[in-house]
Design a protein around this ligand. Structure first.
Ligand SMILES: *Cc1c(COP(=O)(O)O)cnc(C)c1O
Length: 393
């Protein structure tokens, strides 16, 4: 491959030989089209008319008052599909079209990426297959129905624990046998090169817009930008707009889950060691023997044992800070935003809010924070009810 896709020692493409031609073809096509005038024009039109960009930067006055600092929300929750994921699926879907592919495959855990891919599959008229673990299919039946309504085929993955990790393995395996007509639409800024670079690029619209909106609305850059981190795509999307602004603190919040008590969590950057998973070197949750650990969190969308390579480098250089929020604090933050603003955040995004709630005492009232509200919480109402029945009484 022409570019190595390394972020310091992280990233790369640790994949079987048979997969190399597919990744090379994708790399070549990405660099051919990502700045191509026709491609950019078509993508921008779709981001506007189909997805609903630009999303607002909203000053959350009542939430700010409760916290004692100024909080702006980047409203990715208002996008079509209810999350930032459509930025990436539109970008990669259009790339697939420009490459002349006719079939899409994708992996999904919670079903959000599967659904965002199924939407785009319908939009472009692709034959779409979504690989999903059998455990997840059971847990996320609403999203399974939605994917099918968009015309996608949901392929149950029996192996392992029937979750995201297994779905990615099967999707990669299927891809090796069907590379000629099939595009693998990867869901986050991780996995083998060129995906971390491709996904970062298609999510960088969040950071570009946010920086411009801060200058317009606040008249200056924010003191901190906070985002939740699963694989790392919404976080790298917003961070990318501020990497050169050394005075802006960048904070990524991982899922502590119940992990602080039980050892089960999804905080790869906070608690992982360097390893290789799904073709990429990164911080990874593993046991002493190097076995990948099960992750567990109240928000299924953050349940991934590894993280994108660029975040690993940003952690090592200290440019970004990574922390974890546990389930209880996340549910508190969910409730606080819902009650103070009438905005139900996705439980993933509530991790970023929970971080602010946890440090509010140590921050001065003139601090301005931007939180990437990566998605809306409608999908999580059932989970919230289960954990906090009093909240909905
Ligand atoms: C999928 C998802 C995430 C986690 O994915 P990243 O790649 O880390 O952004 C976060 N928030 C929402 C709403 C999601 O749907």
């Amino acid at each position: 491959m022409k570019y190595k896709g390394k972020f310091g020692e992280y990233g790369g493409f640790y994949v079987p030989e048979v997969l190399m031609p597919a990744l090379e073809e994708l790399e070549e096509a990405f660099y051919k089209y990502y700045q191509d005038k026709e491609f950019v024009t078509q993508l921008n039109k779709l981001l506007g008319d189909y997805a609903g960009r630009p999303t607002p930067l909203y000053y959350a006055a009542r939430f700010s008052e409760r916290l004692g600092l100024k909080v702006f929300l980047k409203r990715e929750d208002l996008l079509h599909g209810g999350a930032h994921k459509v930025n990436n699926t539109l970008g990669q879907g259009l790339l697939a079209k420009f490459m002349g592919k006719t079939k899409l495959i994708a992996e999904t855990g919670a079903g959000q990426h599967g659904l965002a891919t199924a939407m785009i599959g319908a939009l472009f008229g692709f034959d779409t297959k979504i690989f999903m673990g059998t455990t997840d299919i059971e847990r996320q039946s609403v999203n399974v129905h939605k994917m099918k309504l968009c015309g996608a085929e949901v392929i149950p993955v029996e192996g392992g624990t029937g979750t995201l990790k297994d779905a990615i393995n099967d999707a990669l395996r299927y891809w090796t046998a069907n590379v000629t007509d099939t595009f693998y639409l990867f869901g986050s800024a991780c996995g083998p090169h060129p995906y971390p670079t491709v996904v970062r690029h298609f999510q960088s619209c969040i950071g570009k817009e946010t920086r411009r909106q801060c200058l317009e609305k606040i008249g200056s850059l924010p003191d901190m930008v906070v985002a939740c981190v699963g694989g790392g795509s919404n976080a790298i999307g917003i961070f990318s707009g501020f990497l050169g602004d050394k005075d802006v603190r960048l904070i990524g919040v991982e899922a502590g889950g119940e992990g602080i008590k039980t050892g089960k969590h999804a905080a790869s950057l906070v608690a992982g060691r360097i390893g290789v998973l799904h073709g990429s070197k990164a911080y990874l949750l593993q046991d002493e023997q190097g076995q990948v650990l099960e992750t567990e969190s109240v928000s299924a969308g953050l349940d991934y044992p590894a993280v994108g390579p660029e975040h690993c480098l940003l952690k090592d250089t200290g440019r970004a800070e990574y922390v974890e929020a546990d389930d209880d604090d996340v549910l508190d933050a969910f409730e606080l935003l819902s009650k103070s603003e009438g905005i139900l955040p996705a439980l993933e995004s509530a991790h970023a809010l929970a971080y602010l709630c946890s440090v509010k005492e140590s921050l001065s009232p003139d601090i301005t924070a931007v939180v990437n509200l990566s998605g809306r919480g409608d999908k999580d109402v059932g989970i919230v009810e289960k954990y906090r029945p009093v909240m909905t009484k």
